[in-house]
Ligand binder design. Sequence first.
Ligand SMILES: C[S@@+](CC[C@H](N)C(=O)[O-])C[C@H]1O[C@@H](n2cnc3c(N)ncnc32)[C@H](O)[C@@H]1O
Length: 267
Amino acid sequence: MSTDQRSKDWYNQRAEEYTKHVRNPDDSIYHSLYEKPAMYKLLPNLKDKTVISLGCGSGEDCKYLKSQGAKRVVGIDSSEKLIEIAKNSYPQCDFYVMDMEKMDFDNLSFDFAYSSLAIHYIEDWHQVFQEVFRILKPGGYFLFSCNHPVYSALDVVEDDGDIKIRQLSRKNTKSTDAVEIIGDYMSHKPIIMPDGSDMAVTTWHKSIGEIAEEVADTDFLISNIVEPKPLSKMKDISPTNYETLIKIPNFIIFRLLKPQPPISQNS
Ligand SMILES: C[S@@+](CC[C@H](N)C(=O)[O-])C[C@H]1O[C@@H](n2cnc3c(N)ncnc32)[C@H](O)[C@@H]1O
């Protein structure tokens, strides 16, 4: 399933609020002190390169990628409102309303593809991997982040109007032999946040094995997998989040390589 309509509507309806959130580093600490530093550390040399960001939101990463010397940075997103904000904010980059499963770019258009916390809105990633493979030049990387399966194996319940998010665990009470299993790591499933949630969107949980299988079905090679740690600065700003993230990962980063074709023996 592609990104569902409810999630698309959520990003359109909350576009301004979302933009304000990501542009305030003290508010969006899971970006500023956790995911972005780890993603930026894995960037290749972008000098004079053509770059695409899939699910670019309000364009902050595009601005950063351009500041790293890229010749051209293109951002695409399925939210019309976020693309409008990005266009008005960062004229040094090009932005288009487009779905990452079907991109309107020629083969071999880009040197590097980037996607931050967007691919997990889609159930089956084969189409995205095939599209990115098609538009990338050989030797190019696709760097993307998504929910860590240890995090997304969670269990969401609405309880008396409150939302309870319970992490993967097994509770075993010795005296009664009672066992309670919370969450499910192995099954592929949607994580549907209730409407009252401040993130009422649907993302998809898949195990590391399933992600690796989807990559293996394409010609991409996995060049790196990173489970980021928060910057130590988070300890002062939000000790609870820091303590959580050094024990339970929230995001994971994959770097895929489109290999160079083998050199023909006859040439
Ligand atoms: C969590 S936001 C991340 C935005 C941005 N990458 C950032 O780090 O601030 C996820 C973004 O993915 C976009 N998105 C979701 N499904 C998409 C799809 N199929 N094609 C393109 N964009 C998509 C959403 O509209 C949203 O802007």
